[in-house]
Ligand binder design. Structure first.
Ligand SMILES: [Zn+2]
Length: 257
């Protein structure tokens, strides 16, 4: 019969197999992303059926046989139905799912990433925070939770904590205050500096909040439209650069917004 396991998780992906079956990928805090085989998926109705659909957060009861997992039953905890109310919402949610999945290998502890994803989907579903805000927050915090936290507590050279103007390196995840940046680049004033992006203090403060704030306070901040624009560019660049890959769902999201 195999071993029975019960875990809470959210469905990040589903793939239909043949006429009746499907595979689902679920993100769990204890074991990262797991692939479950769902037999007779088209016939399952009611609670178990909706509990195993995309973006359902459910309690999954599964059998483990020969290294494979088979869904036995599922009870819904929260199903993010309202994400489907707009194409941009569901597309952004799909990008969150693809990125979270990529950063959550099987059998790794993923409590922080699961909590981040569930909360971002919650605000996305409610519509109480802008998509741009949630996207930046998700991208930078996901990178921090995945071992790519930028070191932005002070200027990399002199430690200046709140410079009015600063230069951020996406590749290195550090910044220089304008004095240190000028000193470093004194010898070659004509050289275009592609590595550093010039930012103002409010953008740094927003980035710092996203990567360092306690989770309880994470969503408790606001930014102006101007700051959001810079933040959006930086957070996406940062994720792409450090994960070193493209996301199909992100390209699709850009094609519709
Ligand atoms: Zn400095």
């Amino acid at each position: 019969m195999g071993e029975m396991t019960t875990l809470d998780g959210i469905v990040l992906r589903e793939r239909l197999v043949g006429e009746q079956d499907k595979f689902i990928d679920i993100l769990t805090k204890e074991r990262g992303v797991l692939e479950l085989s769902v037999k007779g998926a088209r016939k399952i109705n009611g609670r178990s059926g909706s509990s195993a659909q995309l973006f359902a957060y459910s309690r999954f009861c599964m059998n483990e046989r020969k290294g494979r997992l088979y869904l036995n039953s599922a009870e819904p905890i929260h199903i993010f139905y309202d994400l489907r109310s707009s194409l941009s919402r569901i597309s952004l949610a799909s990008y969150f799912a693809e990125a979270a999945s990529f950063c959550s290998p099987e059998n790794s502890q993923c409590e922080d990433i699961l909590r981040l994803l569930l909360n971002c989907l919650h605000y996305l579903e409610k519509g109480t925070r802008s998509e741009a805000f949630l996207k930046s927050l998700f991208e930078l915090r996901l990178m921090s939770d995945s071992g790519f936290m930028p070191d932005i507590v002070g200027c990399h050279s002199c430690g200046a904590f709140e410079p009015e103007v600063l230069y951020f390196s996406v590749r290195n995840g550090i910044y220089l205050c304008s004095d240190c940046h000028a000193a470093v680049h004194e010898g070659s004033p004509e050289m275009p500096d592609e590595q550093y992006i010039k930012l103002e203090l409010p953008v740094l403060l927003a980035m710092r909040h996203i990567v360092l704030a306690d989770f309880d306070r994470l969503f408790n901040f606001r930014v102006s439209d101007g700051v959001q624009e810079k933040l959006s560019a930086i957070s996406e660049d940062y994720l792409r650069s450090h994960l070193g890959r493209d996301f199909r769902t992100l390209n699709f999201y850009h094609s519709i917004v």
